[in-house]
Design a protein around this ligand. Structure first.
Ligand SMILES: *Cc1c(COP(=O)(O)O)cnc(C)c1O
Length: 428
């Protein structure tokens, strides 16, 4: 009895690709090679692939610089002075935000710090921060040092949520219960949108609502969520968020981050912040006068003049997202990841070599599946890599595979299934 919509066959995979309306996007990316063959690339969770248009977008800005010099700031097709405006409509769509609520700037870890300056304001009675245990290291270091910056003790401030014994991911009911329990002591919920290690997508809306009910704020690190799942930050009433653009947003290694600040803070010039001239009122900026007056919305958190070359690559990718549309991408993503899950369970389910720890419910995950390796350790990962599978290994014992819908085919997933089947023989 097999009621699964999936099948472990080449015919099935090629039929799925044939009817995939997004299949043509694959040819618009450069694929890295492993042993001179296109990789089976499942690592968009770490570094997305390069859009073939990226070079042309950058060349255009290099040409503008070459021909205009400093005049490029105010002249030409896309004057650099207000280049930040260009990415706003697509970012707003991807994050479920108003254009005024988002801006591309800095790096993710930098932005997390800047947002904490404004939104973590501990008092004698309300100072706790709720975070999932095992958060990404940069987030952990950020929280630790922000807490110390306020003269407080991370041990007393941080509430780190652990899964129940024997479980790998958090239950929403437990997160909400903990928020309630912390009550008036809770200043901030600061969690990932999608947990980098387990691939769990948290219920951002319910968590935000629970935080607000006890008088706390809710901010999210969307490094693994932006460009991966549908987000409605404005409607969910999220206070603030930040993400990076080099994972699912395919904008290149170390490229620009982005922030979301809810509209209700758009004109809150009174919020503490670390300012720079690029966050100062645009019309007044070149008066070079004393007295910081923040721009309205997320723009008011900018510090420095925009990195035009970086933003050009970012835009090349955002334009592809715009063209494909996030709802269609998400639909394909659920099928693609469902197919990967089916093959792993079919071929490896009883092997006792590996186990999927990412939630089974598609609403509680993005495209990534995290595989806990019980036998063989990193050698399993290396064996797959030698066959052309690019995923990533995360200590202590997880392999992450992320079939991203923009450039991954069902055939890629099928081919991985073939490699998996053979490799399991070796590690049994
Ligand atoms: C990838 C990632 C980062 C990386 O931060 P950078 O400042 O871009 O180096 C931070 N936090 C999380 C949760 C991540 O997944």
């Amino acid at each position: 009895m097999n009621h699964s919509p999936y099948a472990f066959s080449e015919a099935y995979a090629s039929a799925m690709d044939a009817k995939d309306p997004l299949a043509h996007f694959r040819s618009r990316f450069h694929f890295p090679k492993v042993k001179e063959k296109d990789a089976l690339y499942f690592c968009g969770n770490s570094l997305g692939l390069q859009p073939k248009t990226a070079a042309a977008y950058v060349d255009k800005e290099l040409a503008a610089w070459a021909t205009r010099g400093v005049d490029g700031y105010f002249h030409g097709e896309d004057p650099w002075y207000s280049v930040r405006k260009k990415s706003k409509p697509v970012l707003a769509e991807l994050l479920g935000a108003l254009p005024v609520e988002v801006v591309a700037m800095n790096y993710l870890s930098v932005n997390l710090h800047l947002l904490m300056v404004s939104f973590y304001r501990p008092t004698a009675s309300r100072y706790k921060i709720l975070v999932e245990a095992g958060a990404f290291p940069s987030d952990q270091y950020m929280l630790e040092t922000q807490i110390k910056f306020h003269g407080l003790d991370p041990q007393e401030v941080l509430v780190e949520l652990q899964p129940r014994p024997g479980e790998y991911t958090l239950r929403t009911e437990d997160i909400l219960a903990e928020i309630k329990k912390q009550g008036s002591a809770l200043a901030l919920v600061n969690m990932a949108g999608i947990q980098y290690y387990t691939g769990q997508l948290f219920n951002i809306q319910a968590i935000t609502q629970a935080a607000h009910e006890v008088g706390a704020l809710a901010g999210f690190d969307l490094a693994h969520a932006a460009g991966n799942v549908l987000l409605h930050l404005h409607d969910w009433d999220v206070d603030f968020a930040a993400w990076c653009s080099y994972k699912y947003l395919n904008s290149g290694p170390g490229n620009v981050s982005g922030i979301f600040v809810h509209e209700r803070f758009a004109t809150r010039a009174d919020l503490p912040r670390f300012a720079g001239w690029w966050g100062h009122k645009e019309e007044e900026r070149f008066k070079m006068e004393k007295g910081f007056q923040p721009m309205i919305g997320a723009d008011g958190w900018q510090l420095a003049c925009s990195n035009v070359l970086s933003l050009a690559v970012h835009q090349a990718s955002l334009d592809l997202f715009q063209e494909a549309g996030m709802p269609a991408l998400r639909k394909k993503s659920e099928q693609l990841t469902g197919y990967l899950e089916y093959l792993i369970e079919l071929l490896g389910g009883k092997s006792e070599i590996l186990e999927i720890i990412t939630p089974k419910n598609p609403e509680e995950r993005g495209c990534q599946l995290s595989l806990l390796i019980h036998k063989g350790g990193k050698a399993v990962f290396e064996e797959w890599y030698s066959q052309g599978v690019v995923g990533d290994w995360r200590n202590p014992n997880v392999i992450r595979l992320a079939p991203t819908p923009l450039y991954t085919s069902f055939m890629d997933v099928f081919r991985f299934g073939q490699i998996l089947e053979k490799s399991l023989e070796k590690f049994r």
